[in-house]
Design a protein. Sequence first.
Lengths: 216, 359
Amino acid sequence: MEKNISKLQCKKFGNLKITKFVIILSFLCAFSIENLNAQNKNLNVVEEFELTDEELKAFKQTTRDKISELETCIKIIGDKKYSSIKKKKSIETALKLFIPDAKMQVSSLRNGRVSVNTFPMETYFMRLKSLPYSKVKISFYDLAYISDFQKGADGKYYATAFIFQKFEGFYGDNLSYEDKTQKTIDITLELREDPFFKKKRWVILLGDVKVTETKK
Amino acid sequence: MINKIITIFLIFGINFHISAQTMHAIIVSNTEDANIGKSCEMDQMMMIAEMNTIAKAIRYEISLKIISSGSFNFENLEQFIKELKANENDIIFFYYTGHGFNKKNYNDKYPIMDFNTVKYPLFMMHKKLKKKGARLCITMGDCCNNIIDKAKEVNKNLLVVEENKDKKNKIYKNLFLKPKGDIIVSSSKRGEYSYVHEKKGSYFTDEFRKALVYAVNYSNSLSWENLLIDTRNRVIRINQNKVQTLQFDLNLVSKPHPPIPNEPKYTDINKYLNDLSDNNISESERILLLDNYYKYFKKNARVDIFVGKIMTDMKTVEDFLDRIFLHADKIKSINLIENKSKISSDGKKYQQIAVQEIW
């Protein structure tokens, strides 16, 4: 560089160079800050509506727990051996898993023909509690399968759960009816305000339950 | 110039002195025993890992002595203890896993360690180690404590049956740096057996480690008393119908956090939540527990449910407790995340808790 310029010249030109340098640096900083703010704003907006893989994995685990909860509630509600307190709590707990107007499909297999009926969720649980059998045994014979969450155009995430239910109805010791049913459950993961705590958070809700297959 | 050299020398000298504080970890493990050898091996691995973690957290040098396999005998241990030297700021942590027992005419609640040809009381070991003059001396025995006849064989019952790094270090410091004195622990009371799991090792050691890891990650503060009470509750729960009651004596000069009157203890809350979801406890008892939730929680207290580090659900405490009551057969355990929970302003009950459920 300018190693041979005299000290005095260096000082004079040096001051000018420093001033230029400071001005350019200031512009660069201002631009960077502005850009960073813009990026931050974008990040905040994106963060609010986008879940990471790790978060989706955690919500999938919680969905699995909720399906497991539902299965246990169905078992308790249908089985005559459980107390009315336990059945009541099971119905209340189960209903809180679902969106308000969720529906349950039930099927029955008689003379080789499958008939399917649809009920509002609360009606389904009340009917399940009051089945005419002397003994009811409901079990879930395979691990529930849950698909990965996919993001919809509306910003919510959707998944489907598959459950495998075995139903046995007895009169005394005699097995009167049995079937195996495969059902799907619509799952929604959405950002909404918690109605009780007034706090925005991601909520998993179960939707309609539909029969896909019924067999003996 | 000379002053600079002296200053630098002093600085390095002081640093060297500080870094020479040592945790003497002595692990004695009967890994070759036909019945319990495999479990002891697991215990040994877990405790080596744990001792290393503790030493790193409190920035102590670790001096690790393992007496196991072919070297598992009392003579080796005795020779080592004879030669052991400890400074006044050092820690001694002695851990034994193997056979143990107690005797009708032996007047001590702590077990006798069985080195095959030599039987040596845990309490005597503790006395010997205390005399070394370390700041903190911990003696831990994971072995049976059942009472046997002189003539009978020792009968060991074999049941084949997851950050804020500063906070973590703070817990380790509270346990290992602040207290001065001694602690003796055995995995079962006089007259009881200690149980093992073929794959997990001894129940006591496994649950002690879990209690420690849990506390380091989720507690605000931790005393030895709380840690050992939590371990005791966990062992009781995991052992289900078997009787195994951890016992301990603490003789510590400084207690890091004196208890605040009426403040709910996290060990009590943890026990409450886990009892409510314990299928081995009768439904009527659990209904009673459910009805008495107000002892620990404000009405409609908020419960945040975590999977790992991520909060995935939120409920009122009433809904949450109903749920764990109903699904007791599916819930393995519940951990209160103390450092994400809030006590009400009167200091008596929780108004908000964070939990981790393991289904």
